[in-house]
Design a protein around this ligand. Sequence first.
Ligand code: LMR
Length: 399
Amino acid sequence: MSFFETVTMAPPDAILGLTEAFKKDATPHKINLSVGVYKDENGETPIFDTVKKAEEALLKREKSKGYLPIDGSPEYNSAVQNMVFGKGHECLASGRVATAHTPGGTAALRVAADFLHSAFPAATIWTSDPTWPNHPGVFKAGGLPVKTYPYFDAATNTLDFPAMIGALKSIPPGDVVLLHGCCHNPTGVDPTPEQWKQILAVLQERDLLPLVDFAYQGLADGLSEDALGVRTLCVPGCEMLVASSFSKNFGLYNERVGALSVVAADAEGAQRVLSQIKATIRANYSNPPSHGGAIVSTILNDAGLTHEWESEVTAMRVRINGMRELFVKTLKEKGIDRDFSFICRQRGMFSFSGLNKDQVERLKKEFGIYVVGSGRINVAGMTRNNMDRLCEAIAAVLK
Ligand code: LMR
């Protein structure tokens, strides 16, 4: 008997599956704008200078490869807290935040899902429609039922805030609402400061727990500017979870470095939740891998390196926003009438282009240009060198 005979083939991943297909594609001058990975002007994904410096320091300093604690090192966790909430924030001063180092933002979300499902078996998690295609899979794997609230108005390429807030007002108390801290993936459209306040009011009124996916801090308008949403929700007495990722803002994609922070009503609550999060981690991957977290912690605990790293993040953000402008301008030059100016108002790595499934398929088949099936384009993968070819191909599929 074969146990595995009945096992069927899983479909390729909506994002990473495209990179696998891209690698096999023999089309000359192919372009991969699917997965959210930053490319510099030469089309390379560089290692930050500060990361290299931190690694050199670690090579000299590290004396052991012994296990980290289940929740990671205290230096890393407090550096993450300062970055997310801002040094001296009330929630930090009162000790009501606890953080666990996780292998990437995805593990932070998965640990959150496992914890939420075991602590609140009746809870559903509500995600924006659309959202990162992996969100439903991660939450369902943790046992959480997933439902959606409206988010994007495709006709105007803006946030459909009335529909969003109306839907949040009808979510049953006790449920969890997933929010994107900044650089909404896939639309690139975020709430305004005023809208974040209204979101907070509804969460409080309805007794809903926010889980903020914060994977792009620094890529929209600045490191502290991008924390406005999280910090707006973080009022005295509030409770929330925050999943951080350092794949993008430290370029540490393959080191898998992230964190899950809990903000509880008080310090004692934070420790109780942390104990459950640690139990979840122990039963899953036991304790986090050290290297990526040690890099982040080395940079964030050294004023000089932090300053230099902030400049590197700024350079990345400026290049992405420059590519947005150039993309819109080049589309126009290639004779496209459709108004794509909304792309300059979107933020982060992604733009929701409005290209339909057939057009996305033609880009891949006829031009070797890979974007996500939803029409999401990784602007951070555009360069001056691939721009003409990209815009000519888009002009062809729009005809
Ligand atoms: C993306 O959305 O492309 C990134 O978050 C990478 C991934 O793991 O999907």
